[in-house]
Design a protein around this ligand. Structure first.
Ligand code: X8Z
Ligand code: ZN
Length: 608
């Protein structure tokens, strides 16, 4: 979690619509003075809150929680007060920068609060409560006991390990059902959250909370929804091919009873709790003559590469692009490994503590190929933060939230066999015969994710608009899981369940469309950078490692921060001003051809 985003959230949570008429007509000069003072005050309080949050997430105790709450309260108070004053400038003709800053303050809202302070407190309590309930969630199956006779309980981490590694359908089902038994406890809270969040959004003039979330992309909410649907239609044939191929291989493994012809796939067989990333079933679906040439996890393990060394590899990549070294404080203050003696939030995150040089990551690193990629992802956030640090505070953010999620993933595309050989991690660059295996592994991550990245907020938008009613939360969730992903629940579900709430971003109210567009954008960025690097071969073999021209172009876009509408940032790097899924299609073109051959004679997709 980037904490700069939560600054926006905290500022915004207090930005309640004001309807009182201005007492005297302000001037553009008044607006500029106001924006300058407001920006300075908010920045000061936001940084204090951020530092308190860092301590709280690194040393979870009642006291650090209280300290963090107090710091965040101060920020919320200021945000509310300044927002009230800001309304005075509505409708005034203003310089572009001032107008954009005022707009950004309004759009920074993720969870707006209703005007009534009591309702606002209730909303905050519910939001924090659901986040904690998810974080603390443990399930204790009937009859299982520890050595000393206590009930045996499992955390999400335990359950995720089973989902990754087990190939026993009964075990998988048990872990899946176990984790999905946590969320019903906050189903009623979610209903109330939707009421209050909608009220807050409507107080600000939005149709509902979903419309507010869709308004953050320099276009109207309806235009953004149409953009996402356009992109989804571009990539759907690729997903359908992957899905059909994977179903065949899972049927060979688990039999027709579990995985019937032409049907959807049970959601617990894909190697991940939410079936959003299928890389962990690679070995079940690998091509018959599988030869990826190497397995990065095995290499890192065999070399006893430690966490810090893995982060160094990441930093070296960014430096090879001409970007600066991470500051000494990064190495002193980051958390790289899980401490034994205290509770921390292990979920990987990147932090920008002072809006200047004090960037950090917080991660419980394991020596795996997956974490090698996640490190590049997190460093992408930090390098973005450092690149825009000369922007005024309100512009110290991504061009949109999808950009922020896409930067590190773009860099990770350059972790090619050639690059690994340069590092000395592999001895020989595998030839073209490895391409299908390598591309398939990538697709199990990036292509499998697409419909999930899309459907999470399809569900929430419908919930916020009232199209999916509280009595149909679970049915609505599974209707969309089937429609977009082709998945069914592994056991019968009812409206007593709250399966959407078993996903972190629903429980913590983090918008999700950002990950769908990041999945599209990262391939567009990669294609643009490879073009700048003068690369001519297939995109999946392109690495921009050491390419200063590509690095300079990348840095230039990052340095813009949120100062301009995102199409301008995209254009600066790629020459394109629209999101375009042809980049991901180009990247996977050789795999698509291969998948279509494997799928010959089969019915593509699933019966709805
Ligand atoms: O939440 C994350 C990141 C934090 S920015 C680890 N991701 C989404 C998820 O886990 O659901 C990255 C991919 C999608
Ligand atoms: Zn991220």
């Amino acid at each position: 979690m980037r904490k700069i985003a939560s600054i926006a959230l905290l500022i915004s949570a207090s930005l309640v619509a004001q309807t009182s008429a201005p007492s005297s007509k302000p001037t553009a000069g008044d607006a500029e003075k106001f924006v300058a003072a407001a920006e300075a005050e908010l920045n000061d309080l936001a940084l204090k809150a951020q530092r308190a949050d860092w301590v709280q997430e690194n040393f979870i105790t009642d006291d650090t929680e209280q300290i963090a709450s107090d710091a965040n309260d101060a920020l919320t108070e200021a945000g509310t007060r300044l927002a009230k004053e800001a309304v005075r400038f509505d409708g005034l003709k203003l310089p572009e920068v001032t107008a954009r800053k005022l707009t950004l303050i309004k759009l920074a809202l993720d969870i707006p609060a209703p005007n009534d302070p009591k309702e606002r407190q209730e909303l905050t309590r519910i939001v924090v409560g659901m986040d904690s309930a998810y974080g603390k969630g443990k399930y204790c199956p009937d009859g299982e006991k520890t050595a000393d006779g206590q009930p045996k309980c499992y955390t999400l981490n335990d359950a995720e390990k089973v989902m990754r590694e087990s190939r026993d359908p009964a075990e998988l089902q048990k872990a899946w059902v176990g984790w999905h038994s946590i969320s019903p406890a906050y189903r009623n809270d979610y209903v109330r959250f939707v009421e209050l969040g909608n009220k807050g959004a409507r107080d600000q003039g939005y149709k509902d909370l979903g419309a507010l979330w869709r308004s953050k992309y320099d276009m109207t909410p309806d235009q953004f929804a149409a953009e996402e649907e356009r992109l989804w239609q571009q990539v759907k044939p690729l997903y359908d091919s992957l899905f059909t191929y994977v179903r065949t291989r899972l049927q060979q493994k688990y039999g027709k009873q579990l995985v019937p012809d032409d049907g959807p796939i049970p959601a617990d067989l894909l190697g991940n709790m939410w079936a959003q990333d299928w890389t962990h079933i690679y070995s079940l679906v690998a091509p018959a003559n599988d030869n990826r040439g190497y397995d990065l996890t095995r290499i890192l393990e065999a070399r006893h590469t430690d966490a810090k060394q893995m982060v160094r590899y990441g930093e070296n990549f960014y430096k090879s692009l001409g970007m600066e070294a991470l500051p000494p404080t990064f190495w002193e203050r980051s958390l790289f490994t899980k401490p034994r003696d205290r509770d921390v939030v292990c979920h990987a995150s990147a932090w920008d503590i002072d809006g200047k040089k004090d960037v950090r990551i917080k991660m419980c690193i394991e020596p795996t190929g997956e974490d090698f990629g996640v490190i590049h992802h997190e460093l992408g956030h930090d390098y973005y933060d450092m690149a825009y640090r000369n922007q005024p505070p309100l512009f110290q953010n991504g061009a949109n939230d999808g950009f922020h999620e896409a930067i590190g993933d773009t860099v990770a595309k350059s972790i090619t066999p050639d690059y690994l050989k340069t590092l000395g991690l592999i001895e020989k660059v595998p030839d073209e015969s490895s391409d299908i295996g390598l591309l398939l592994e990538q697709a199990l991550d990036k292509v499998a994710f697409l419909p999930f990245g899309y459907m999470v907020d399809q569900w929430r938008w419908k919930v916020f608009s009232g199209e999916i009613k509280p009595t149909e939360y679970n049915k609505g969730w599974w209707d969309l899981r089937l429609k977009y992903q082709g998945l069914v629940p592994p056991v019968a579900r009812s409206e007593k369940d709250f399966d959407a709430g078993a996903k972190y971003h629903v429980a913590s109210n983090t918008p999700y469309a950002r990950y769908f567009i990041a999945d599209i954008l990262q391939f567009q960025f990669h294609r643009g950078l490879c073009r700048i690097a003068g690369y001519k071969g297939p995109l999946h073999r392109c690495s921009i490692y050491n390419n200063k021209e590509a690095g300079a172009a990348f840095q230039k876009m990052l340095a813009m921060g949120a100062s301009r509408p995102w199409p301008e940032a995209l254009k600066a790097l790629t020459g394109e001003d629209k999101m375009d899924a042809t980049a991901i299609l180009d990247y996977f073109a050789p795999l698509k051809q291969w998948l279509d051959q494997q799928n010959q004679g089969l019915k593509i997709g699933w019966a709805q």
